[in-house]
Design a protein around this ligand. Sequence first.
Ligand SMILES: [Zn+2]
Length: 339
Amino acid sequence: MPEGHTVHRLARALDALFGGQALTVSSPQGRFAGGAALLDGRRLASAEAWGKQLFCSFVPDLPGGRGEERWLRVHLGLYGAWTFAGDGSAEVVHAIGAPRRRIGERETMPAPAPDSVPGVAGADDRVSDDGAWAPPAPRGAVRLRLLGTHAVADLTGPTACEVLTGTEKAAVEARLGPDPIRADGGRGSLDEARAAFVARVRRSRVTVGQQLMDQAVIAGVGNIYRAEVLFRAGVDPWRPGRDVPAAVLGSIWDDLVVLMRDGADHGAIVTTRPADRVPDGGGGRVTRQNTDGDDGAVPRDASFYVYHRDTLPCRVCGSPVLTKELAGRNLFWCGVCQG
Ligand SMILES: [Zn+2]
C-alpha cells in the first residue's frame, strides 16, 4: 500500500497537470458514473493529501467560482493506482516525472495480482487528424478519468473514490491524526502536531509499533516508515506506547518529518544513513521504488535498515533482523539495537 509520501506526490502531480483547468470527468468503467457527473466540467481548484487520503477541490467553472465546492476523495488502498499520459509538453513531463507514468501500488507492493493492474498507457503522444493531442483509450477497469488540456489521469482499483461536501470532508479529516508532511502537520502548526502525536501515543498501552500504523494516531505512516523510524530511534516496537518517554516520541515525530518529506520530494523511501548503505547483494526481498534505475539513486537493497531484511545481518550490530506479524502486518526489527 502506498505510504503518505506517495499520496502527497500524487496531489502535487494533479495540481501541476490540472490545477485551474475545467476538466472532463468520466467513469469509463461506470462504477463512478454518478460521482463523475457531479464533477464533470468543473474546475480543479487544488489537490491535497492528508496521510493516505487524497482530496481534490472542484469548483464551478463560472466567473467568481459561484456555487458549492465539491471534494473528490480517493484512497488507493492495496491495489489502487493512477496512470498518467500527456501531450509531451514540458509541464506535463515534469509533473509525471517521466519516464514513469504510474503512481501507486508500484512503490511498495511486491507483486500485485495481474488482473488488478492493467497495462501502462503507452501511446500518450498520439495526434489526431487536426493536429490536436488525443488521449489514449482507457485500459482496464478505469473508475475515474480526469481529462485536461494537456494530460489525462486514469484511476484504477481504489479502495475509496467519492464526492464529498466541505462538511463531509471535514468529518473525514477529524478522524485523521497529524501528518508529518503537511506544512502545518494538520494541527495548525508543526509544534502542535508533534505534541498531539506524543500525547496520543502515551495515552495508550497499545504497542508503539501498532500505534504508528493507526491513521488516527499519525497519518501517512505505513509498514516501511513504521519499521525504519523505530529502528533509527532504537525503540522496541513491542513497547507499550505509554512507556515510551515523551522526548523519544518527539524525536520519532521529528525524524518522520524529515524522512517522509524527503520521500515526497524524491519518490522513494531511503532511511539508511550514508555510512550504512552497504548493498545486500540480492539477499533481501525486493521492494520496488519509483527511483529504481535512476542515476545516483540509492540502491533498493541499501535503502532500509530492517524492512524486508529479516534473517539478514543488522547493518549496525550484525545480529539477524527479526520479523513477526503484528495486527495483520509483518513487523521488522533488530532485537539487539531495539532492545
Ligand atoms: Zn542491530
